[in-house]
Design a protein around this ligand. Structure first.
Ligand code: C2E
Ligand code: CA
Ligand code: CA
Length: 642
């Protein structure tokens, strides 16, 4: 009589049962993953239960009919076979999940099916031959000569899986790769152990361990799944782009961003809002065979179609766009969802995956402002994005190497005559020496957060310049600050630190800020400006007239000067309305003791008229263009004004 212990089997049954309960709760895991995992858990429980039953029926064989024992034990062999095949298939699907090569999976399935049929025939043949097991005349269970052949089958199945893994390694996702680095060696060790110590019943334990590993890999794959829609999230979108770019596969992408979704949430509540998002995700993943959808932002979705045939791509794009022209329904609830779209066709790689993702997201930003809410990555857009990427690189390098130059545009003082102040304007040259217009790189530096570092470089340079013989001729130089800088609570401290380092009093630097900065958080700005003014810093309001601020509300703030934008005086003095506007500004500012500086003065006529209207200072090409500091000296009044 064989001496089998059931303790491990019982224990494994409990472990797998608990795993089953937890897996059932992961209802958001869609498709084959959940089905595959659940099925193998159920089969495992059944096989362990049957194994335990067989132990009892074998012990009581003398009192039971032979056919019952034969049937139960054959069924057990069959279940184990079914289970190992199911699990091998499941892991095969995981491995090939990102490989759009249906032939690979089909071939794998065929090999597994052939193995299964062979073993099944063996089980049937065993009933007559006893090659796997039989009962002797004393009704004792005996192992047949091929009893251990099951392990060989298991190892062959494992071999198929491992072969596929190495064959398609480049497209295997990282959690599955992790799984494959642990599972096969462990299965080999445990199987070997079972082979060497057959009286230890370890089948259940092996299954429990394998399921635990799978469960843990599910856990990490939930990092790749969006909990709300069950679609891939940003990580898996990135991973997908990486895999496909590495494998040089063609694909077509449609990205969309829902607009004004906050109104849907307000109207129906967040729960229903979520359901609408789910609906969008479900539609996208069903929009074409092979389509893979992702939710990579709150209201941002992407759908990837394999293949880069232009006509087919066009059809996919139309399908997605047209759906958004119809209402979305949730039972009784019905609403239109508006969206903006980006279309991208990947036939040959232009960018690496990181750059591609960055560009796609930027494309969505552009689509929001596009008249038809669509941005197609055609040659023009691609060139613009390449230029953008190039400039971002250039900015990073220029910050590292301090490649920026500062130009100074002197400002004419109408009352005292001559240039007493200047504005610092940053200059950047491309690597080949071509100048890059500030209008092009400043917005990019603001958007990418690099403007902060640039400002400090400019300020440092201006301070150095103010101490040179050329700079000493200037009472003050104004420096442009950007919006982000006012979020920094240590702004005053930092400026002070730099100026003190050069031994300069605060009054020699003026800070230019635009209306946009004020609109952002007026209270905070007001407090900050008042505090800094008390410390001797002076502020100018830049580009006045381009925004919507009303002058009297601005005059509550401690501005030393208001700079009228060039656009106001473009039609000046011929345009009477412009003249009236300038006159009104001058009058109001003077009442509040604030100076008026007019920018963009290009003609003598403009200069004369502005002088007559009472402007305090004028800045423009008529007087001087921005220039390097060294060229400024001859233009400045002689004598040290410090
Ligand atoms: P801004 O602050 O309004 O600077 C004045 C712009 O008008 C400068 O352009 C200047 O060269 C130009 N300008 C001056 N007089 C005339 C004129 O008579 N006619 C015409 N057509 N243009 C005139 P620039 O240097 O290209 O700078 C453009 C913008 O870039 C600046 O506008 C400012 O917003 C930004 N910027 C420049 N340097 C810096 C900086 O160091 N930091 C920050 N944050 N922004 C800067
Ligand atoms: Ca300015
Ligand atoms: Ca300006």
């Amino acid at each position: 009589m064989l001496n089998w212990s059931l303790a491990t089997e019982g224990f494994s049954f409990v472990v797998i049962f608990v795993l089953l309960l937890f897996t059932h709760r992961r209802t958001y895991l869609p498709g084959f993953r959940l089905r595959g995992h659940l099925l193998s858990l159920y089969l495992s429980l059944a096989s362990i239960a049957l194994n335990m039953l067989c132990v009892y029926t074998i012990e009581a064989a003398a009192y039971l009919p032979l056919w019952l024992n034969l049937a139960l034990n054959s069924l057990y062999f069959f279940l184990i076979l079914l289970l190992s095949t199911r699990m091998a298939l499941y892991i095969l699907q995981l491995i090939l999940e990102h490989t759009y090569n249906p032939r690979a999976l089909k071939l794998g399935k065929r090999v597994l099916a052939v193995l299964m049929v062979v073993f099944l025939l063996l089980i049937v043949w065993n009933l007559q031959s006893g090659v796997l097991f039989y009962f002797n005349s004393a009704m004792e269970y005996q192992r047949g000569p091929l009893n251990q052949v099951g392990y060989a089958f298991l190892l062959v199945q494992l071999g198929v899986v491992v072969f596929c893994f190495f064959r398609y390694q480049s497209s295997v996702s990282s959690p599955v790769r992790k799984l494959m680095s642990i599972m096969p060696p462990l299965v080999v060790i445990l199987t070997l152990f079972q082979y060497l110590f057959p009286e230890q019943l370890l089948n259940g334990a092996i299954l429990a361990i394998v399921h635990l590993i799978l469960y843990i890999s599910f856990q990490s794959s939930s990092n790749e799944v969006d909990a709300l829609t069950g679609l891939g999230n940003r990580n898996s979108f990135y991973e997908e782009l990486t895999q496909r770019t590495v494998r040089k596969e063609g694909f077509h992408l449609v990205l969309l961003s829902l607009q004004r979704f906050i109104q849907i949430n307000r109207r129906f509540g967040h729960r229903t809002g979520d359901l609408f998002l789910y609906e969008v995700g479900a539609f996208l993943s069903r929009s074409a065979p092979g389509a893979k959808a992702f939710r990579f932002g709150n209201v941002e979705f992407a759908v990837l179609f394999p293949g880069a045939d232009p006509q087919e791509s066009q059809r996919h794009f139309q399908t997605v766009c047209q759906r958004f022209q119809q209402p979305w329904k949730l039972g009784e609830k019905k609403s239109a969802l508006s969206a903006c779209f980006v279309e991208y066709c990947h036939s040959s790689p232009i960018w690496g995956p990181t750059q591609l993702l960055e560009n796609l997201v930027h494309g969505l930003r552009l689509a929001r402002q596009a008249p038809d809410r669509v941005v197609r990555f055609d040659q023009t857009v691609i060139s613009a994005l390449q230029r953008r990427a190039h400039l971002l690189d250039l900015l990073r390098q220029s910050i590292r190497e301090r490649r920026f130059q500062v130009y100074y545009q002197p400002v004419q003082d109408l009352e005292r005559g001559g240039f007493l102040t200047a504005e610092a304007l940053v200059r950047l040259r491309d690597l080949d020496g071509t100048p890059v217009p500030p209008g092009e790189f400043i917005p990019l530096a603001e958007e990418s957060g690099m403007i902060d570092k640039i400002t400090w470089i400019v300020l440092e340079e201006v301070c150095r310049f103010l101490n040179t013989p050329e700079g000493q001729g200037l009472e003050s130089v104004s420096v442009n600050l950007s919006m982000q800088q006012f979020a920094d609570p240590s702004l005053a401290q930092r400026i002070h630190g730099i100026m003190a380092g050069h031994g300069l009093p605060h009054r020699r630097i003026k800070l230019e800020i635009t209306e946009r900065v004020l609109l952002n958080d007026r209270e905070h700005m007001s407090a900050m400006m008042k505090e800094m003014s008390a410390q001797g810093f002076g502020f100018y309001l830049d580009d006045f007239g381009t925004g919507y601020s009303n002058l009297s509300s601005i005059l509550d703030l401690p501005f030393e000067g208001i700079k009228l934008d060039k656009s106001i005086i473009d039609t000046f003095p011929a345009n009477h309305r412009a003249a009236t506007l300038v006159q009104a500004c001058v009058a109001l500012c003077h009442t509040f003791g604030t100076e008026i500086i007019v920018e963009g003065v290009e003609t003598a006529e403009q200069a004369d008229a502005l002088a007559r209207l009472g402007a305090d200072r004028l800045q423009g090409y008529f007087y001087a263009r921005p220039m390097p500091g060294e060229e400024l000296a001859p233009l400045l009044p002689q004598g040290d004004r410090l």
